[in-house]
Write a protein of this length. Sequence first.
Length: 271
Amino acid sequence: MESSYTDKLGKFKRNDLGLISSISYEYDEDGYINWRKLVKPEFLYANKEKTQETDVSKLKDDELIIRLYGLRYLAFLRGYKSIKYHSHQNYTDGGIVLSCEITFLPNFETDGQEVIHTGVAGANELNARDMSRTYLAETCSNRAFARCIREFLRIPIVSDQELSANQEIVYSAKKQGSTPHDILTSHLDKAGTKFDSMRRHFIAKGMFNAGKWRSIEDIPVTTVFEIINLIKKKQEEKNAKKGIKEVADKNEPSETEDSENKAQVNENKLV
């Protein structure tokens, strides 16, 4: 994707250092631009897993999350010539791996040379958040872009695109004062499934080394996340099928309508 923006007003004209003249930059102790300082507060929000504080001005970088459009804003300020995406071999069934290659414009930090930087990311139905599972390619490309920008501009704040479904589960558990194992138990109860039945199912499938489990507490936390996501996916599939059936039933003619249609056909035949 080539950059086609035209600055007709000259507001974003770059000087001999490759910097936008209208922007006030801050520098670190090594003389490089502190790109973190250019992140506006509206591009940030609190990481609820780490803090209950919502005022971003009071939080440390590791307690914050940066939004995608905040990283796009930084990319615009830094300046780039092109953005290219490359697909790689899937690392898991249904998974997608993409690399984002950005060619950055020359500036004094790169000795007046164009620089290419690449970020790699993956997305699958287990690590994508609920809404993102339907758009794995888009999710993966956003993750790769976010990682590329964060790495190149030295932004020490995790991106919202890099958060997985597991973070949502952990936050939910903390909010309820429970553990991921408690959340799994709740999902099993809603699905009408007991631990022993689940254990036998995974043993038969040869999954998760389930033969070693004696209780739900024996399940590794990472596996708990995977199982919860599998249960949620199964429930989504059931809901989708139920919705399709309800639409089909709604469109199915009633007995009265069916009789009337048959009578009309017979009447037409007589004519």
